[in-house]
Design a protein around this ligand. Sequence first.
Ligand SMILES: NC(=O)C1=CN([C@@H]2O[C@H](COP(=O)(O)OP(=O)(O)OC[C@H]3O[C@@H](n4cnc5c(N)ncnc54)[C@H](O)[C@@H]3O)[C@@H](O)[C@H]2O)C=CC1
Ligand SMILES: O=C(O)C1=N[C@H](C(=O)O)C[C@H](O)C1
Length: 269
Amino acid sequence: MTHIPGIVITGASGRMGQMLIKTVTDSDQARLVGVVERSGHDWIGQDVGVAMGGAALGVTVTDDPLEAFAQAQAVIDFTAPEATLEFAALAAQARCVHVIGTTGMSDEQIAALEPASRHAVIVRAGNMSLGVNLLVQLTKKVAAALDEDFDIEVIEGHHHHKVDAPSGTALMLGEAAAEGRGIDLAEVSDRGRDGITGARKRGDIGFHAIRGGDIVGEHDVLFAAPGERIVLRHLATDRAIFARGALKAALWGQGKSPGQYDMVDVLGL
Ligand SMILES: NC(=O)C1=CN([C@@H]2O[C@H](COP(=O)(O)OP(=O)(O)OC[C@H]3O[C@@H](n4cnc5c(N)ncnc54)[C@H](O)[C@@H]3O)[C@@H](O)[C@H]2O)C=CC1
Ligand SMILES: O=C(O)C1=N[C@H](C(=O)O)C[C@H](O)C1
C-alpha cells in the first residue's frame, strides 16, 4: 500500500483542470487517480492524457464524482459554484480533503459548505499562489497603518473568459484591507462605479474589474491620499502558481482535523 496520496481533479478539461493534471502527474508526492468532467462533455470515457493531446495517462475521464472520490485521498476542484457544492458533500462522504479554488460563490453557497467541513478537511482560497497570499498579509498591515485619508481601491484584470467579478482574489484583498482597518467590508464596499455617482465616500473600499485577452490575473491595491499613493501589486503570468499551491494544500490537509482552512494556514503565513 502506497502512502503517496491519490488525487482527483474535477473540471478536467478547463484551463485550471489541465494545469492541475500536469502538476499532479509531474509530482513525485502525489498520484493522479481520477478526473471528473460534467455529464455530456466529449472527454467522458477517454483517457485524459489522450484527450489533452498527449500520451495516455491510464486515467479515464468520468462524470461519476463519487466513484472517483472513493479511490482518492484529495479532490482538487476549480470548477463552478454549484458543482463545488455538490463535490463538497461527496468529498466529505468519501473523507477526502477538498481543495476548492472555485470563485464566484455567494455567501449562502459558502455557508452551505459547513456540513461537509464537519466530516472532512476543506481548504478554500480565491487564490492559491504564494505571492497573492503574501500580498493579502501586506495589505492588512498597510491598511492597519494608514487612516481614512488613504482611499483604498482594488483593481483586477483577467482574461475575457472569466465569468465572475470582482475576482476571488480582489475580494480576499478587500477583506484584508477591511480587517486591517477593523471594519466590515460589506458596509464599505463600492463596486464598479458608473454614471453620476457623487463624490467618493470617505472610508469606502472600491473594486474595479478589467476583462481582456489572455490576462492570467493581475491585482493592484491602491492606497491614495492627497500628495502620495502606495500601490501593492501582484502579476500572475503562469497558472502553474495556482496549481502548485492547490497541490500543496491537498498534501498539507492529509491527517488534519475536519474543518475549513485557507492558504494562510497551508503556507503558515
Ligand atoms: N483559487 C485560485 O487560485 C484560482 C481560481 N480559479 C477559479 O477556478 C474556476 C475555474 O477556472 P477555469 O479553469 O479558468 O475555468 P474553465 O471554464 O476553463 O474550467 C471549468 C471547468 O469546470 C467544468 N465543470 C463545470 N461544472 C462541472 C461539473 N458539474 N462537473 C464537472 N466539471 C464541471 C467545466 O466543464 C470546465 O471544464 C473559476 O472559478 C476561477 O475563478 C482560477 C484560477 C486560480
Ligand atoms: O479565473 C481566473 O482565471 C482566476 N481566478 C481567481 C480569482 O478569481 O481571483 C484567481 C486568479 O486571479 C485567476
